[in-house]
Design a protein around this ligand. Structure first.
Ligand code: SF4
Ligand code: SF4
Length: 424
């Protein structure tokens, strides 16, 4: 798309907003802060004024846009069909190109996003973090008070526990279906999941096998680029999409399966991410058409019911990128009802937990406020298990459960199903 058509396209997106305000109370940042500028409507107004030269792209506007979780709850309730996700992504690309963040923020962002994009570098960093966590140094540092003095105590406590055995080891393998083969899939393993949620990935493979699915873990796959898209790093995200298309798009796979809601939304949108590139657009569209969230895939396939249900009461937190980004709501609930003795619906299950990629790091204070509100709803149901379907949400909810002293196990939907199969 050339510059004039891009500007015209954005202008059309902004004009869909009729300023009705129906989105305001569903927006977690508006609910917490109460400022129009931190609401969907206010943010659309600000980017429109920036685009027409009536407002400077300075620290104030950037702060309000940075505070957006990109949860897309506003899209779900908007009667006018505003494509808010596209608006905030375009705004972040513009911020990245035209706004100079403070030096430390620039350095931290560059290092963080480069690490996630390179699995070799990610594994090396994870090994270092694992050594810090297990050598006794973490206990020493925590006890010294230095983290509190630096104001990073809460942040440090949220880092995931690094696995002993990374999932990267499974790259290139093919896991056979149990019984007659019903489907063959490529598994998108994720970036952080490869070093901190390896057992979740292994549970996902087992559940697929149990359902008669052959699972191929493509060796050349990389990070999906979701975090880069949300940070406005469009060119990097496009390169990552191309890499995955090259590595995973094959005629002999029925679907490309992910267990992470954020990865699912981004890969389902590779078609639009690469729509301006004639060399890649068609393959990107084909790739996106094959992507399925694990719960969506199993429900489409017809899941095998476990022989016995777990004696547990389970509730479910919708990851924003599954409920609002992909409109997948019933599939995870159906699987949980299949696996557990009792399913309990919690109030506002589709309201953001405050995780939002790296939001709980970059906007830690506000993220914790949003988590606090979420935990009130979680604590209002008498469940044993709090299930969700995204690794970022799992980390955030585990922090919430610990902070509030709620006795609930936080698990992924497929872990609940896997447990039920293993208890047969
Ligand atoms: S609900 Fe939609 S149309 Fe109404 S203010 Fe919000 S974004 Fe605009
Ligand atoms: S994406 Fe979420 S945080 Fe951002 S404006 Fe919409 S509802 Fe608010």
């Amino acid at each position: 798309m050339d510059t004039a058509s891009h500007a015209h396209h954005l202008d059309e997106l902004y004009r869909t907003c009729v300023h009705c305000g129906l989105c305001l109370q569903t927006c977690p940042t508006y609910r917490e802060l109460g400022y129009e500028m931190d609401s969907p409507r206010g943010r659309i107004r600000q980017v429109m004024l920036v685009d027409t030269g009536q407002l400077q792209l300075g620290p104030t506007v950037v702060t309000h846009l940075d505070r957006c979780l990109a949860c897309r709850a506003c899209e779900t309730v908007c009667p006018s069909g505003v494509k808010y996700g596209q608006i905030i992504e375009a705004a972040r690309v513009r911020i990245e190109r035209e706004y100079r963040r403070p030096l430390f923020a620039r350095m931290a962002r560059r290092a963080g996003y480069a690490t996630i994009a390179d699995f070799g570098r990610l594994a090396r960093t994870a090994r270092l973090l694992r050594w810090y966590q297990r050598s006794g140094l973490q206990r020493l540092v925590r006890g010294s008070g230095v983290l509190r003095a630096l104001g990073i105590e809460r942040l440090e406590s949220m880092a995931p526990a690094i696995d002993s055995d990374f999932f990267f080891r499974e790259f290139g393998k093919v896991f056979p279906a149990e019984g007659a083969r019903r489907a063959r899939v490529a598994f998108l393993a994720g970036c952080i999941a490869g070093v901190a949620f390896s057992e979740l990935n292994r549970a996902t493979v087992r559940v697929l096998q149990r359902n008669g699915v052959e699972v191929w873990v493509p060796p050349a796959q990389g990070c999906c680029g979701a975090l880069h898209v949300h940070a406005g790093l469009a060119e990097e995200a496009q390169k990552m999409a191309q890499r995955n298309i090259e590595a995973m798009l094959r005629d002999d796979v029925d679907a490309i399966v992910t267990n992470a809601a954020g990865c699912g939304t981004t890969t389902k949108e590779y078609g639009s991410l690469l729509c301006g590139d004639s060399q890649w657009s068609e393959r990107a569209r084909l790739f996106s058409a094959k992507v399925r969230d694990i719960s969506e895939f199993l429900i489409e396939l017809g899941p095998v019911a476990p022989g016995t249900k777990l004696a547990a009461r389970v509730t479910y937190q919708d990851p924003c990128h599954l409920a609002h980004g992909q409109r997948v709501r019933s599939a995870p609930r159906e699987l949980l009802r299949l696996a557990a003795g009792e399913f309990l619906e919690m109030p506002r299950a589709d309201s953001c937990c405050g995780s939002a990629g790296v939001y709980n790091v970059s906007e830690n204070q506000l993220s914790m406020q949003i988590l606090e509100a979420k935990m009130k709803d979680v604590a209002s149901v008498q469940a044993d298990v709090l299930a969700t379907a995204n690794v970022g949400c799992m980390l955030q909810l585990r922090a919430g459960v610990a902070r509030r002293g709620v006795h609930m196990k936080v698990q992924h939907v497929v872990e609940v199903l896997d447990e039920a199969y293993r208890a047969e």
